[in-house]
Design a protein around this ligand. Structure first.
Ligand SMILES: Nc1ncnc2c1ncn2[C@@H]1O[C@H](COP(=O)(O)OP(=O)(O)OP(=O)(O)O)[C@@H](O)[C@H]1O
Ligand SMILES: [Mg+2]
Length: 328
């Protein structure tokens, strides 16, 4: 795998100021690569930092949040070093996002086609007729009949609204699409259709995708690589094949056990006993230690470094052997 990554996330660390005046360390030292045309899955239970990762990459964290450390290289540009003005050239055109719960965020009193056209005109210099042509092309690309361009969101099913949101994200032909739980609220058959759509679009456009999900079935279906987040840190990172067939972090192993049938994953991750760490009061040792079934005494004392246990496969567990990760 010698292809140069499109996006290199290095040591990404974020904090939120909470309403109680504390600091929640939502992400710590998160690193991973996104190769052109490939799909990375960000997996982890609720609160593990999946959405925060995407929002930090887009530099769209809410005012209470900030990036305290790290670099995000898009090709040879560190996005975190850009001015807000410069960053605007990258949003939509280089990287676009389908937000968590986005399909419910369409404007209910505006025709779907008009909403997509507005998104195009806001970010791209083209006249209305060119934008209108683009609306129809985008709708077609996501499998919506152009005749439905003039309908309102309530006339669309959930799956169609999600398709429309994907069309909108593709408005300016980005190189990377971030999709935050794009299938979660949909029923199983529609989920499969949306995943199929993402795969088709990816292939047709050569798009790189980062998909956030808590569903390991989704990961198996569409991802090339997986980043498993636990309490804001990378627990394990590697190819789908290695993660599924040779998971080495006790948390990943538990996750996989809680999905006995990968083709029929219907349960959530909650089947692992215990609760995730409080991000305002992080333990000195491993964040998974209180819930770990194979821990030793030292796990409560030492924060585990991310180890490269085999080429391209990283695990943050002191029970494993490997050299400390050194991302270029
Ligand atoms: N606006 C905010 N203010 C304060 N803390 C926040 C805020 N947004 C996120 N956090 C903190 O960051 C942590 C990670 O949140 P995030 O939304 O990234 O999790 P997630 O993995 O996307 O979860 P989910 O699966 O529920 O969407 C949360 O547990 C919370 O403590
Ligand atoms: Mg989220």
């Amino acid at each position: 795998m010698n292809e140069k990554p499109l996006l290199r996330v290095r040591g990404l660390t974020t904090e939120f100021a909470t309403s109680e005046g504390a600091v929640a360390r939502a992400l710590e030292d998160v690193s991973f690569d996104v190769l052109p045309g490939k799909t990375v899955g960000l997996v982890g239970e609720s609160g593990s930092g999946k959405t925060t990762t995407l929002m930090a990459l887009m530099r769209l964290l809410p005012a209470s949040g900030r990036i305290t450390k790290g670099k995000v290289w898009f090709n040879d540009t560190n996005l975190l070093a850009l001015s807000e003005h410069e960053m605007r050239d990258y949003r939509w055109k280089s990287m676009a996002i389908v937000f968590q719960g986005a399909m419910n965020a369409l404007n209910p009193v505006m025709k779907v086609g008009d909403q997509i056209r507005e998104a195009i005109l806001l970010h791209d210099l083209m006249d209305r007729s060119a934008a209108e042509k683009r609306v129809r092309d985008l709708l077609e690309m996501v499998g919506i009949a152009p005749a439905r361009r003039d309908q309102y969101p309530h006339q669309y099913s959930g799956g169609m609204r999600q398709r429309a949101m994907i069309a909108m994200a593709l408005a300016c032909a980005p190189d990377i699409l971030f999709a935050d739980e794009p299938t979660t609220a949909l029923d199983v058959m529609i989920q499969a259709q949306i995943l199929q759509l993402l795969k088709e679009i990816q292939k047709a456009l050569g798009l790189a995708v980062v998909i956030v999900t808590h569903d390991l079935g989704v990961v198996a279906e569409v991802c090339d690589e997986v980043v498993v987040l636990y309490g804001g840190k990378v627990a394990e990172y590697g190819s789908v094949d290695r993660i599924y067939n040779h998971a080495q972090h006790p948390y990943t192993q538990r996750l996989l056990e809680s999905f006995p049938d990968i083709n029929n994953p219907s349960e959530t991750l909650a089947s692992i006993p215990g609760t995730p760490p409080r991000l305002t009061q992080l333990p000195p040792g491993c964040r998974f230690e209180p819930r770990c079934h194979v821990k030793i005494n030292r796990c409560a004392e030492v924060s585990p470094p991310l180890l490269e246990v085999e080429p391209g496969h990283y695990v943050a567990c002191i029970l494993r052997e490997g050299k400390e990760a050194n991302f270029q």
